[in-house]
Design a protein around this ligand. Structure first.
Ligand code: XMP
Length: 341
């Protein structure tokens, strides 16, 4: 549209003016629409002086890091560094079952790894030239963090902590160090936009539909979708089940109608039968919701969808070792939430 075209030009000019002719910028990317659109704008504005950092936290989806690196690096030409910190994250998550502790560990470790990588890049570029941190903050995030400091702090604290994505570093408590030690200033090109506007912007900037319409994925990733303790083998089960689920959703043409879908691994075992023998294995819960703002959500449901679910269920049980039962979560939000943890 006319206004979006104008927005792109104005924003690129604004970024160039702020960063100047030699300044360098760092930013976290995840492959999600917000951080990718922000990165694309920054790349258009300053090219290789923008450094994207992708942290592999060990709880991302199947092949996710490799495909994000391919898309942003090879396809879009963005300067991107992938840091494999999966062993560090999984080590710190060992033995932890409380969902809020999982979130804290992942958030804090993320800041630590990101800061170390940013310092490395700073050294490589001569030292002291990285002055800015790119953030894909949207207008609703801005509102949320303002009300976070307001009178309804108790409700909002919970809300903000659940909403703390990895790339939105400001939503983490320990980000102060990053901004103070490295003296980074924030650049937030999307801070006046709503989600649908960011999608339109992404399309105008030439990003693939696949990316523009991607379902949101929480910062703590699969760690909050493996209920109870997060071990590498549990992550593997949840990851594979989720991959099959999303693949079948896309194949059946439901991806755009569903706002968010994922598979969770429940911390229970159930009895099953295979041939003459009994099995005693784990349960996968499938979730699919329709929502406008993620504050309330409806279960995605129809007779045809149920038939697709039956097919997905048998694929998961046949292909994912350790799973002998699949259930579909039919709760709305509220009172249930979208995630199980
Ligand atoms: P809930 O479970 O609160 O989820 O109904 C609402 C939306 O927020 C996402 N979510 C998170 N996103 N960090 C994130 O970046 C989190 O800790 C987190 N917890 C929930 C969830 O996927 C849904 O889109």
């Amino acid at each position: 549209s006319w206004t979006m075209d104008a927005f792109i030009d104005t924003e690129i000019q604004r970024i160039r003016t702020i960063v100047g002719p030699v300044g360098q910028v760092v930013g976290a990317v995840s492959g999600g629409v917000d951080s990718t659109v922000a990165a694309k704008l920054m790349h258009e504005a300053i090219g290789d002086r923008f450094h994207a950092i992708l942290v592999d936290n060990g709880v991302m989806r199947l092949n996710e890091c490799a495909s994000v690196k391919k898309m942003l690096g090879d396809k879009m030409g963005i300067n991107i560094e992938v840091v494999d910190a999966s062993a560090l994250f999984l080590g710190r998550l060992a033995g932890v079952t409380d969902p809020e502790r999982k979130r804290k560990i992942i958030g804090n470790t993320f800041i630590e790894v990101f800061e170390a990588e940013a310092a490395k890049i700073d050294k490589k570029t001569g030292g002291g030239k990285i002055e800015y941190l790119l953030q894909g903050t949207l207008y609703p995030d801005v509102i949320e963090s303002i009300s976070f400091k307001g009178p309804s702090a108790t409700i909002k604290t919970h809300h903000v902590s659940r909403g703390a994505s990895n790339t939105n570093l400001m939503s983490h408590q320990n980000v102060g160090g990053l901004l103070e030690d490295m003296k980074l200033k924030l650049i937030e090109p999307l801070r006046e936009l709503f989600k649908d506007e960011v999608r339109a912007l992404g399309t105008l900037l030439g990003l693939d539909d696949e990316l523009v319409w991607r379902h949101p994925f929480p910062g703590p990733g699969i760690a909050i979708r493996v209920l109870g303790e997060v071990t590498p083998s549990q992550v593997e089960i949840a990851r594979l089940a989720d991959h099959i689920y999303i693949e079948e959703i896309k194949r059946a043409g439901y991806y755009r109608q569903i706002s968010q879908a994922y598979a969770a691994l429940l911390p229970v075992k159930a009895v099953g039968v295979m041939g003459d023998a009994r099995t005693y294995e784990q349960v996968i819960a499938l979730r699919a919701v329709e929502t406008k703002d993620f504050m309330t959500a409806d279960v995605f449901a129809s007779a045809e969808w149920f038939l697709t679910l039956k097919k997905i269920s048998s694929r998961i049980i046949n292909e994912v070792k350790g799973v002998n039962r699949v259930v579909y979560d039919i709760s709305s939000k509220p009172p249930a939430t979208i995630e199980w943890e």
